[in-house]
Ligand binder design. Structure first.
Ligand SMILES: Nc1ncnc2c1ncn2[C@@H]1O[C@H](COP(=O)(O)OP(=O)(O)OP(=O)(O)O)[C@@H](O)[C@H]1O
Length: 251
C-alpha cells in the first residue's frame, strides 16, 4: 500500500546542498506498525514528511495505495493527505485558543463533513483517548500526555489509513510515554497502519518492524516478533466497540 523506490531529497540553499535522503527504499503493508530510528540528521523527519506528502522529493518513485504521487499538484496532495493520513508531532501542535472539541474539529472542517457527523467523530475520538469529559477545556489546562492524546484524537477523527508520528513521546515523561505507546499499539491493532519516528530503542522493539536510517538511507531492517492484527483494513469509525481502554480523566 506504500512503496518508496530510490527516493532522494536534496535541500538547496545558496551556499549548501544537503542530500537528506539518498536512494531511500521501503515498502509498508496495510496494518504494519513500523518504527524509524537513526542518528540526528539522518533523514528520519524528511522521510516522514515526504511519506505524509508534506514535502516533495527530488528523485525516485513513491506510490501510495498504488497511486504514483510524483508530480501531483498541491491540491491533489492535500486531498490525499486529508483523506488518508493523520499526523502526530512531538510538540502536539494544538491550537492554544481552541478548546479540545474545536482542536479535533480542525482537520474535519476540510473534509466537507456535515456538523452532526463531525460532532460524532470528535466525541468518539476524544472518548477513545479518555478525554471526552474535557471537551471544553483548553490545551493549556492539560498535562503534556493528555495534550498528546488530544493530538492523537485529532489525527484519528478523520479515520486515516496511515498514522505518521514524529517522536510522539519525545516531550513526555516515561509514564506518559508508556500510555501513549499503549494507545498507539491498540490503534494499530484496530487496523491503522502506523509509522513512528522515535529515539527510544525500547519503544522501537514494540513495533512490528524497525528501520534504522543512516545517511539518508535505510541501513538496517529488524523484524520484531510482535503479532500483526487481524483487524487490518477496518476503519477507526467502524470499530468503536474495540476502542482501547484508556484511563478516563476526572472532571
Ligand atoms: N528545510 C531544510 N532545509 C535545509 N536542510 C534541511 C531542511 N530540513 C532538513 N534538512 C537537513 O536534512 C538532513 C536530514 O534532516 P532530518 O530532520 O530529516 O533528520 P532527522 O533524522 O529527523 O534528525 P533529528 O533526529 O535530529 O530530528 C539534515 O542534515 C538537516 O540539516
Amino acid at each position: 500500500m506504500f512503496e518508496m523506490k530510490n527516493v532522494s531529497k536534496v535541500y538547496r540553499t545558496e551556499l549548501v546542498e544537503t542530500h537528506a535522503l539518498k536512494s531511500f527504499n521501503l515498502s509498508v503493508n496495510e496494518g504494519d506498525f513500523l518504527s524509524v530510528t537513526g542518528p540526528s540528521g539522518s533523514g528520519k523527519t524528511t522521510f516522514l514528511n515526504i511519506a505524509g506528502l508534506l514535502e516533495t522529493f527530488s528523485g525516485g518513485e513513491y506510490r501510495l495505495d498504488g497511486e504514483n504521487v510524483n508530480g501531483l499538484n498541491d491540491n491533489a496532495r492535500s486531498r490525499i493527505r486529508n483523506e488518508k493520513i493523520g499526523f502526530i508531532f512531538q510538540s502536539f501542535n494544538l491550537i492554544p485558543d481552541l478548546n479540545l472539541f474545536d482542536n479535533v474539529d480542525v482537520p474535519l472542517r476540510y473534509r466537507k463533513l456535515k456538523a452532526p457527523e463531525r460532532k460524532k467523530r470528535i466525541e468518539e475520538a476524544l472518548d477513545l483517548v479518555g478525554l471526552a469529559s474535557r471537551m471544553k477545556h483548553l490545551p493549556a489546562q492539560l498535562s503534556g500526555g493528555q495534550q498528546q492524546r488530544v493530538a492523537i484524537a485529532r489525527a484519528l477523527a478523520g479515520a486515516p489509513r496511515f498514522l505518521l508520528a514524529d517522536e510522539p513521546t519525545g516531550n513526555l515523561d516515561s509514564s506518559m510515554a508508556r500510555a501513549i505507546m499503549d494507545l498507539l499499539i491498540e490503534i494499530n491493532r484496530d487496523g491503522t497502519t502506523i509509522i513512528m519516528v522515535t529515539h527510544d530503542p525500547e519503544l522501537a522493539k514494540e513495533t512490528h518492524r524497525n528501520i534504522y536510517v543512516r545517511d539518508g538511507k535505510v541501513f538496517e531492517t529488524t523484524e520484531n516478533s510482535i503479532q500483526q492484527s487481524s483487524a487490518v483494513g477496518e476503519s477507526f469509525s467502524s470499530q468503536s466497540s474495540a476502542l482501547p481502554q484508556v484511563e478516563p480523566v476526572a472532571g
